[in-house]
Every structure is written in C-alpha cells, then in structure tokens.
Design a protein around this ligand. Sequence first.
Ligand code: UDX
Length: 435
Amino acid sequence: MDIAVIGTGYVGLVTGACLAEVGNRVTCIDIDEEKVATLKQGISPIYEAGLEELLRENISRSRLDFTTDYEEGLAGKDIVYIAVGTPQNDDGSADLTAVEAVCRSLSRHLTQDVIIVTKSTVPVGTNEYIKALIEENLEGDVTINIASNPEFLRQGSAVHDTFNGDRIVIGADSPEVLDVLETVNAGFNLPIVRTNLRSAEMIKYASNAFLATKISFINEMANLSERIGANIDDVSRGMGMDRRIGEAFLNAGIGYGGSCFPKDTRAIISVAQEASYDMQILENVVDSNERQRGIIVDKVMDRFQSIKGKKVAVLGLAFKPNTDDVREAPSISVIEKLLDEGAEVHTFDPAAMENARKVLPEGVHYTDSIEAAVKNAEIAIILTEWKEIKEFPIEKYESLMENPVVFDGRNCFTLAEVEKTGVEYHSIGRPSIGN
Ligand code: UDX
C-alpha cells in the first residue's frame, strides 16, 4: 500500500517506520523543515530503541521518505494517517488545533480517494468531525473514508510494542474500510479488534484510564499498608498472581506522569462532562495521583520538620526510566516544594537533565553523577527507578552522606539489603528502616 503519515512525533515516526518495515511505501509529512531534513538522513530527533535502524533500512530500500510538502507527500497515496499531537486545554479537554490544521491541508491537497486513519488520541466523536471538516472544504472531487487506529505504545519501547503489542484496534463504520486496514496491519501478526469508530476511540481512553486507575489503586493500598504494618511489595505480588488482576502496573510509587495518562484521564472526564455523565472513579484517580506526588515531601517534612538550607539530592527527573521526557513528571512538583521549603536541591538524571532545565525553577543544581548529587547531602530522594539508580549500592549512600537518610519514591531497594546498612530508609508502602 502507499501510505502518508502526517506528524513525525514519536507516534507518527514509529508508525511510519514500522509500516514501511512490513512492506508498505510510506511518506511522512511534517511542517518542521529542520526535522524533515534530519529525518531524510536517517537521524531520529527522538530516542526510541531500534527506531534509527528502521529509519535507515527503510530509507535505503526506498520504502520510507519525508517531506514538508503536502502535495508531494499525498501524491498517489491510498491511506493517510493523522498522527499529530492532541495536547490538553486548560479545562482538561483535548486541544484539536493541530488535527484541524491537518484537515484543512488535506482538503486543499487531496486529489484521489483515500482512507484517513486517525492515530492521534482524540475524544469520542472526533473522527466523524474530522471527516466532516475535510469534506466541507474539499477542493477536488474525491471520496473520503475514515478509520480510527489508536496506538498503545510506551515511550522508549514503542518500536518493540508495535511488533509485540497485545492487539491492534481498528474502528470504522464500513466493513470494506476495515478489510483494507486489516490487510495493512497483517504484517504485524497481532490479534485485530474490528469495531466501529466510536468504540475504537473509547478503547484507547478506557485502556489508559484503567491503567492509571490500577496505579492509583495500588498507591492507595501502599499508603494504607504503611499505616497498618503491611508491605506493599508482598501485597502487589500476592494480588498480581491472580490472573484476573494481573501483575503489571502494580508497582506503588509517587504517581504516574508522562504525556498520556495525566492528559487522557482528564480528557475522558471532560468527554463525560459533555455527555452529562459524572465519571466518579476517574475524578478520584486524578485527585489521588495528585496527592501521591506530594507524598514524598510530606514524608521528608514529617521526619525533619524544617529542611531550610539542607542539601537535598534528587535522583531521577524523567517521568519514568529510559526516557528524557519530563512532561508531567512528579519530579517537577516535588522539586518546587523542596525549594519552597528552603532546601538546596542537587539533581541527577541519566537522560532528562536538558529537558528538566527548561521546566524547573531557578536555583536547582545539576550534577553529572549520582555520587556528586549525593555527596554530603543530608537527604537523598529517589524519584525515577533508572537502572543506574537501582544499581547504585545502598551502602554508597552511607559513605557519601554523614547521616544517610534516603527517601525512595520508587522502592528501588529491598528492605533486606537496606537492613544490612546504617542507612535510614523511607519508601512507599513499606515499613521505614532505622528511624
Ligand atoms: C502509556 C501507556 O502504557 C501506553 O499504552 C499509551 O499509549 C501511552 O501511555 P507511557 O506514558 O510511555 O505509556 O508510560 P508507562 O510505561 O505506561 O508509564 C506511565 C506512568 O505510570 C509512569 O509515570 C510510570 O512511572 C507510572 N507507573 C507505571 C507506576 O507508577 N506504576 C506502575 O506499576 C506502572
């Protein structure tokens, strides 16, 4: 098939490269000239494991190309994927400005019949709106069909997830369109869920909302476990072995972040409000996650009362390991609170320092190693479970800090290994040590 993918963010780029890899001819269109020039050389502007190899291979096989020119990019294409961003408005609803701009460009430039496939996460009903918007301004005599094909990719492992996901969801209101998309996706060899447009849109929101709920649920169980003398590690393990529950996403911590869960949970609440439905569980999930982000500083303040002038090491700034992304990362509000309390904050992250500098307040110190951040600190706080941070031996805190007190927001160490040291240790949902 001949395919155009509009938008070369992490979803669009991974989609384009993977569709080329399974044998389609793909042109990616983006308005950013600099980005397109870089991509043409097979250089990825984002870090995704395996992506650059896919870009290079498929460019050299002439199955993948990039352009800023809609006319060139759409020429002879059977299918056009929309994969531009849908950030959140101040009221939590999805901002469709970029999607609408794409629709206007498509109306101007389409000269042949196409299937438009929406990858971007959009509120239920948006696909019908997209179709109407394109048709309203169409200049050529062409037929538009529309389909929804939401992605379930995790940042950092998006290429792997494309080939190893649990399912592919395709939604369309015509069986012929569903057949075409089933053929396009056949190369991924994954179970396919065929459904109508609105259900496909809903599956994406419902899946992310469910996972966010699972995290907030286990976080609340952790908070309670601390108070009644249970250990959340064992509680999660015991729960997860029940196949109806499943072991994934039962890691207690300081709350979910990133570019999807916070945005999508708020967006589905906003969709519900518009449908005059009170989405009670999710409203509590969002509030619970907000509270969870504050929990680590509460623990610090309970222990120290004042942290004015104290050196505090903050390890991990990215919202999760293996990414440089700090969007909605718990580290931002944690560091703001520490600074408000007068602490001297020294941070380290293996990949996210550059992005963190753009969003963190003035006065934060950036160091080039875990050692440098922790050396002579009075308090160390772990916010992201990077491999480097998990593998940095707990005994080292003892040698680097005079009276080592570690607050671990991601339960990186077992209580047994901490008990062998003189480190005072506070984690999430487990008894404290040495206090
Ligand atoms: C998520 C979804 O997994 C993906 O399907 C969707 O398309 C986009 O959103 P991503 O945001 O990349 O992907 O990260 P993910 O690995 O799912 O983690 C999200 C957040 O949840 C992170 O902040 C992580 O720290 C947190 N998390 C995850 C927990 O706190 N505990 C867990 O057990 C799992």
